[in-house]
Design a protein around this ligand. Structure first.
Ligand SMILES: C[S@@+](CC[C@H](N)C(=O)[O-])C[C@H]1O[C@@H](n2cnc3c(N)ncnc32)[C@H](O)[C@@H]1O
Length: 238
């Protein structure tokens, strides 16, 4: 069962979050930086953060489709877990019209997502269940969460996909910390690590960290398909 921490805001308002160490930002402001309650702290900050996150996150998908075409080849159905307003999935459907795509996100996000004929939108909570598909994608999601929560999220992904023989896989797009892409990219990765540790409950991870999490969540194998700039594209198999 998911355990929650409930915090009191001004007046009678309370917010409940998965129980884990709060980030320094939360310690100071009570609400997280990227959360549906952030607007209770400051509406303008919430708007700027949401626009910034969307611009940053959506930047990558065109390059990923171009550079890692095989990632989506043969995939019949895909759930973009925490897929926001569906921008990423709409780019995938455009490049691969035969893939049946679903976007899972929180109700407040799905309510305002633009409708699309080929995209199924589901409002829900990834800690409870993820819509089944041959592949589940987590793009720039796990760096927001601590290791324990990452294992819980991946356990839900594992339940949502079929066996490896049936093409089941989880596609993870995240930084894989390490100096292999040169000193400038490594510095950028470490700065992103600082950013996540100060503002969220998560962090950036190196390959050993990722492997530990995959094993704890019950997966048998993984492959780093490619590194593009600071980020890595990882396939994880049941
Ligand atoms: C940084 S964004 C993810 C970026 C997106 N995958 C992309 O690449 O553009 C984080 C998203 O996770 C969603 N989210 C947070 N907690 C969630 C939960 N428990 N279940 C489903 N979605 C959640 C947020 O609403 C937000 O849209």
């Amino acid at each position: 069962m998911l355990r929650l921490d409930c915090l009191s805001l001004t007046g009678s308002r309370r917010i409940c979050l998965p129980r884990s160490l709060p980030s320094p930002f939360e310690e100071l402001h009570v609400v997280p930086l990227v959360h549906e309650t952030t607007k209770l702290l400051d509406e303008e900050l919430d708007r700027i953060v949401n626009e910034g996150v969307a611009a940053h996150d959506n930047l990558a998908i065109g390059t990923i489709i171009r550079e890692c075409n095989d990632l989506f080849k043969g995939v019949q159905s895909l759930t973009d877990c925490c897929g926001g307003d569906g921008t990423t999935v709409r780019a995938i459907v455009k490049a691969f019209p035969d893939i049946k795509c679903t976007v899972l996100d929180l109700p407040k996000v799905i309510e305002t997502a633009p409708a699309h004929d080929s995209v199924n939108y589901v409002a829900g909570d990834m800690f409870h269940s993820i819509p089944p598909a041959q592949a589940v994608m987590l793009k720039l999601v796990l760096h927001f969460w601590n290791d324990e929560d990452c294992v819980k999220i991946l356990e839900q992904c594992r339940k949502a996909i079929p066996s490896r023989e049936e093409g089941g896989k989880v596609i993870i797009i995240e930084i894989v910390l390490g100096p292999s892409m040169g000193p400038i990219m490594y510095e950028a990765q470490l700065l992103m690590d600082m950013l996540m540790m100060v503002n969220t409950r998560g962090r950036q991870r190196d390959e050993n960290d990722w492997r530990d999490i995959f094993i704890k969540a019950g997966f048998s194998d993984y492959k780093i398909v490619k590194k593009i700039g600071a980020r890595g594209i990882i396939e994880v198999y049941p």
